[in-house]
Design a protein around this ligand. Structure first.
Ligand code: HEC
Ligand code: HEC
Ligand code: HEC
Ligand code: HEC
Ligand code: HEC
Length: 391
């Protein structure tokens, strides 16, 4: 009995111990552990670009495409201008011609600010050239509002004729637009002042010289080869008081003025003097016509006199010096006196710096085509002093 009780007691103690053991292990839940470290941030995705605002057709396009006749009028006038009716824009496939002959080439050199000695259009602008329409001169379809009539450039022009020095001409505003194209092209320079008798050997083709469209240089009195002489070089009031468009785009009358850019009526040949009188510069059409006649009598005589002094070198057609040099070209100058295989292949006479400069001056004036009107005192001085400098 006693033994059984002992066994039972031992069992009870063991049970107690075991239960106590379990009771000790199973305490209340501990406080939560500290948070784990944050993981690395993920990288943000890039923002999407905003779409451009849609234009409101009734507000934007109608600023120009509307019931007025302004676009129609300008287009019809421009159709009579050589800018679109001429054929020289077809030269727009060549990088040295496109800058002045195609709309795309011109806009390209404005964009790339081509310096004077690199007046070359980018290759991408040489396919499908277009003539000099609205887009060449106005920022058409860029902002799609009336500011698109702003001009594509009005910056002062780095002239091309002399690539050896900075020759910047600023005729102001819209005249700089015209000047960017209506300027003489590169000529290999000659030191006619310090080395007048040194040989000048660059004349190898009938086309040597200034190219056409020398007007900007003559209006501005810059870029010519100014021989010293009895006449001093000064500029007409036209340089600052007028502008290319004041004279060439005066009120339209017949086929002249406005966006024909012509001062001469295509049908009658009469001068459109509305631009000369409308701004109060000249009192009447009659006084302008008298002044033009006087100026032209003087300048035409001087042009012939200089041509005669250079007769040995210059080409003459129908009794008039054309401005070309008399060197053979199979298609353009087949009857030339020099280098003509059909005429004894006579070599072109030696030319010195002084003579070359004089030929260039002759071209500058002839290819200006205004016969003195653009800048009478300057053109008169240039011709008079050049003539006097020649033997
Ligand atoms: C600053 C004035 C102006 C605004 C604003 C304007 N246009 Fe023009 N648009 C022109 C001129 C200038 C032409 C060319 C006319 C010419 O070559 O004879 C033209 C030509 C066009 C042409 C003919 C094809 C072409 O490109 O030459 C279409 C189509 C045209 N515009 C649509 C529009 C639409 C659509 C809007 C508005 C979203 C608009 N235009 C806003 C001036 C404008
Ligand atoms: C992008 C070059 C360029 C610009 C800018 C330009 N012209 Fe011209 N212009 C020409 C070319 C090239 C011709 C000749 C086109 C032809 O014969 O096919 C010409 C022809 C002319 C003619 C007719 C010439 C003639 O022998 O009958 C006049 C006048 C004229 N431009 C005046 C202007 C005026 C004024 C401006 C400024 C408002 C101007 N041009 C701007 C390139 C230009
Ligand atoms: C700096 C601008 C300029 C560059 C560059 C230029 N031209 Fe011209 N070119 C003119 C202007 C301006 C006229 C129009 C002059 C005028 O009518 O009084 C013209 C006129 C012409 C004419 C018409 C001449 C006529 O009286 O029938 C031809 C052809 C021509 N250029 C060919 C070329 C060729 C080819 C090149 C490239 C090798 C070239 N031009 C580069 C400005 C340029
Ligand atoms: C050879 C360059 C030339 C071409 C090509 C040309 N314009 Fe102009 N346009 C001008 C100049 C320069 C002005 C005068 C801007 C000034 O006086 O400030 C002008 C003025 C205008 C004006 C008056 C703008 C105003 O703010 O008052 C309109 C409208 C206009 N042109 C429309 C056209 C249209 C349409 C075409 C095409 C059919 C066109 N132009 C082609 C040079 C050009
Ligand atoms: C004072 C007025 C006046 C100014 C300023 C003027 N011109 Fe002229 N321009 C004329 C007259 C007049 C002629 C001769 C027109 C004729 O008899 O064929 C002429 C001739 C021309 C010619 C030859 C084509 C033609 O119509 O006979 C071109 C091209 C020309 N000018 C461009 C310009 C450019 C570019 C400017 C600015 C740099 C300019 N002109 C500034 C009045 C002017």
């Amino acid at each position: 009995m006693k033994k059984l009780m002992v066994v039972q007691s031992i069992g009870a103690i063991m049970l107690f111990i075991i239960m106590g053991f379990f009771a000790a292990c199973e305490g209340p839940a501990g406080a939560p552990g500290a948070d784990g470290k944050d993981g690395k941030d993920g990288t943000n995705g890039t923002n999407g670009t905003n779409g451009t605002n849609g234009t409101n057709a009734s507000e934007s396009c109608r600023q120009c495409h509307n019931a007025t006749s302004i676009l129609v009028a300008k287009s019809l006038q421009l159709n009579h201008s050589l800018h679109v009716k001429g054929e020289a824009w077809l030269e727009g496939t060549r990088n040295s011609c496109a800058p002045c002959h195609s709309s795309q080439g011109f806009l390209d050199v404005i964009k790339t600010s081509a310096p004077k000695n690199k007046y070359l259009a980018s290759a991408s602008t040489l396919t499908d050239p277009t003539p000099l329409g609205c887009r060449a001169c106005h920022k058409i379809h860029t902002a799609f509002d009336s500011t698109d009539f702003n001009l594509t450039t009005v910056a002062a022009v780095d002239m091309m004729i002399d690539t050896t020095k900075a020759l910047v001409l600023d005729l102001g505003g819209s005249s700089n637009l015209c000047l960017k194209c209506h300027q003489p092209r590169i000529i290999k320079q000659m030191d006619f002042v310090n080395a007048p008798t040194t040989a000048y050997t660059a004349i190898t083709s009938y086309r040597w010289g200034t190219h056409y469209g020398t007007q900007g240089a003559m209006v501005g009195g810059k870029g010519a080869f100014e021989f010293a002489g009895t006449e001093t070089y000064s500029n007409s009031i036209h340089k600052t008081g007028a502008s290319c468009v004041k004279c060439h785009s005066g009120p339209a009358s017949g086929i002249s003025g406005g966006h024909t850019f012509s001062v001469v009526n295509e049908e009658t040949g009469a001068l459109n003097t509305l631009g000369c009188t409308v701004s109060g510069c000249h009192s009447s059409s009659a006084t302008v016509n008298t002044m033009v006649t006087t100026v032209r009598t003087d300048i035409d005589a001087l042009i012939i006199a200089l041509g005669d002094k250079l007769a040995t070198y210059l080409e003459k057609t129908d009794g008039k010096y054309t401005g070309y040099v008399d060197i053979y070209d199979a298609s353009a100058n087949p009857d030339a006196a020099y280098r003509n295989p059909n005429n004894g292949n006579v070599s072109f006479p030696a030319v010195n710096n002084k003579t070359a400069a004089a030929i260039a001056n002759f071209q500058l004036v002839v290819r200006d085509k205004s016969r003195g009107v653009h800048n009478y005192p300057y053109i008169k001085a240039l011709l008079t002093n050049t003539i006097a400098a020649l033997p």
